[in-house]
Design a protein around this ligand. Structure first.
Ligand code: HEC
Length: 158
């Protein structure tokens, strides 16, 4: 008697076990979906005034615009930004006055930091993304600070 009931009990507990596993899998799947949906879009929390603030402040510590000028020529930023009529690339002239208005709430310094390291984050109106986007690998934070200091020396008409 008992030997005949045993297989039936086994089958039903196996079914229950399967149901529990299926339920757990469903819950896990739902949890993963929620995480994916709630996760901030790429770039969020990366490219904004708050997250730049600290990096830019650190970069600007002991910055020196003369070293920045040397870097701009050594890296040949000048070939695009300091010659020609400005139709291919925006000229640096007047940048100190414009930079803070380009991408509020970014400050002038934060905007220049972004424009140099993440040129694809924002395109200056009327231009294509012809700017190299590998300076993030080629410049130290300190060097970016020197460059920002130099760019801020281009007041209107300078
Ligand atoms: C091959 C040409 C080219 C070179 C080299 C280049 N840029 Fe640019 N840059 C551009 C173009 C085109 C834009 C406008 C499109 C955009 O916003 O990315 C731009 C935009 C900028 C801006 C924003 C200017 C504004 O008016 O808002 C800054 C700042 C800048 N570049 C800095 C640099 C620095 C610093 C270097 C060198 C380390 C450099 N660029 C090298 C082509 C260049």
């Amino acid at each position: 008697m008992s030997t005949r009931e045993a297989p039936a009990a086994d089958a039903s507990s196996r079914k229950r076990g399967f149901a529990v596993i299926a339920l757990l899998a469903l819950v896990a799947f739902a949890a993963i979906l929620v995480v994916i949906i709630l996760r901030p879009a790429p770039g969020d929390g990366e490219l904004n005034a708050e997250t730049y603030a600290e990096a830019v402040a650190a970069a600007l510590e002991n910055s020196d615009s003369e070293i920045g000028a040397d870097l701009v020529y050594a890296l040949e930023c000048n070939l695009c930004h300091l010659q020609g009529d400005g139709s291919q690339s925006p000229l640096f002239y007047g940048l100190a006055d414009i930079a803070s208005q380009r991408r509020p709430p970014l400050s002038a310094e934060q905007y220049l930091y972004e424009a140099t390291l993440y040129p694809d984050a924002h395109l200056v109106e009327g231009y294509t993304n012809a700017m190299p986007n590998n300076y993030i690998d080629r410049l130290s934070e300190q060097e970016v600070g020197h460059i920002i200091a130099y760019l801020l020396s281009f007041t209107d008409g300078a």
